[in-house]
Design a binder for this molecule. Structure first.
Ligand code: NDP
Ligand code: GDR
Length: 353
């Protein structure tokens, strides 16, 4: 058991929930920053939540926001963490086209605020820093597969904000000697994935259609290809980066790429529906092979002003230097997510009856 203290921003998100569990299992005291919201936003961590009246809790939540520098400085001062994992972000690429300024404030300047907190509090030699960087930095990919040395060309306000966060992390490492690392993570998913990202939208949609709760699932670009892995394995990679003697930047990926169309086919098959595609482009539709009912349609509202067509990562450096490797295939991941969504929806029905 380590006896270390970690601070996780974005602890209520998909990765925050998996990382908090991992660190607790290793004996860390975990502090998490959660946002004030008008309804509960801690669903993903309710099972590890500890009553604040318990003396010396393992998990402590603090209200905070990446756009609030004084709040961040106070939390870092109070917790004096050995490790900070900066996972908080406005993380939806399409939403970043609607809220570009906020996305820059939270995702780019939020990272700067945390690094400055370390500097202001003179914790440069104590506190290690992990930055949640992303394959969206590659955008219009200049090399296939993408690796640590591939040039960046982001294609969204989200990607551009994360580009600043990437480089300010590198700069504070070089300028002030902070043990600061970037994990350039390709898409990673799980049953805890936010409902509006395409994998979860598809697995929930397939489950709801199979259970007769929904008729048609509307999607955007079916041709987009992503390198999808399992979130539980990727947070282990984050931790491994922070444990290295020297800080550095690493790609985490599976090295396999899959189209949105293929992912939908698998998810519907796992829910008991074989899809047959007809038409092309915005006219493309997916029908149930057995009944002929329309099940998937393209809605251009989900197209992005600038799209990232193809991502596939080369995790060779992480494999060599960290000993990290993905285990779950995208096919297994889809099955796990559909199974979980079917179970949740069936339970919700029992709860209502
Ligand atoms: P989620 O969207 O599931 O979680 C984001 C977290 O950030 C939530 O806890 C959210 O709070 C919090 N948050 C959002 N805005 C703020 C803010 N202004 N101040 C404080 N907290 C805020 O993302 P993931 O868990 O999937 O991703 C974690 C990180 O990794 C993100 O930075 C993302 O950009 C990055 N990333 C993710 C990848 C993926 O495939 N999942 C791949 C590469 C990078 P709330 O719950 O209240 O919304
Ligand atoms: P992404 O994930 O943009 O890669 O960012 P998302 O699941 O939103 O999109 C993946 C691809 O699917 C296409 N797509 C759709 N996307 C959504 N959300 N909804 C749809 O209906 C739909 N139809 C097709 C998209 O156009 C895109 O090409 C995720 C986030 O977790 C980021 O925070 C993270 O940095 C990157 O992964 C790596």
């Amino acid at each position: 058991m380590t006896g270390k203290t970690a601070l996780i921003t974005g602890v209520t998100g998909q990765d925050g929930a998996y990382l908090a569990r991992l660190l607790l299992s290793k004996g860390y005291r975990v502090h998490g920053i959660k946002r004030r919201s008008s309804s509960f936003n801690t669903d993903r961590i309710d099972d590890i939540y500890e009553d604040p009246h318990v003396p010396d809790p393992h998990l402590t939540l603090h209200y905070g926001d990446l756009t609030d520098a004084t709040n961040l400085i106070r939390i870092v001062q109070e917790t004096k963490p050995d490790e900070i994992y900066n996972l908080a972000a406005q993380s939806h690429v399409q939403v970043s086209f609607e809220t570009p300024e906020y996305t820059a404030n939270a995702d780019a300047l939020g990272t700067l605020r945390l690094l400055e907190a370390i500097r202001i509090l003179k914790l440069e030699q104590k506190t290690r820093f992990y930055q949640a960087s992303t394959s969206e930095l590659y955008g219009l990919a200049r090399e296939v597969p993408q690796r640590e040395t591939t040039p960046f060309y982001p294609r969204s306000p989200y990607g551009v904000a994360k580009l600043y966060a990437y480089w300010i992390t590198v700069n504070y490492r070089e300028a002030y000697g902070i043990h600061a690392s970037n994990g350039i993570l390709f898409n990673h998913e799980s049953p805890l994935r936010g409902e509006t990202f395409v994998t979860r939208k598809i697995t929930r949609g397939a489950a709801a259609i199979a259970l007769g709760r929904q008729d048609v699932l509307y999607l955007g670009n079916l041709d987009a290809r992503r390198d999808w892995g399992h979130a539980a394995e990727y947070v282990r990679g984050m931790w491994m980066m922070v444990q290295q003697d020297e800080p550095d930047d690493y790609v985490l990926a599976t090295g396999e790429t899959t189209s949105v169309r293929q992912l939908a086919e698998w998810a519907f098959a796992d829910a008991g529906i074989i899809l047959e595609w007809r038409g092309t482009g915005v006219e493309e539709q997916g029908f149930c092979a057995k009944t002929g009912a329309l099940r998937v349609a393209v809605d251009p509202r989900y197209f992005r002003p600038t799209e990232v067509d193809l991502l596939i990562g080369d995790p060779g450096k992480a494999h060599q230097k960290l000993g990290w490797k993905h285990e779950t295939s995208v096919r297994e991941l889809v099955r796990e997510m559909v199974t979980a969504d079917l179970e949740t929806m069936k339970l919700a029905r029992i709860g209502r009856s």
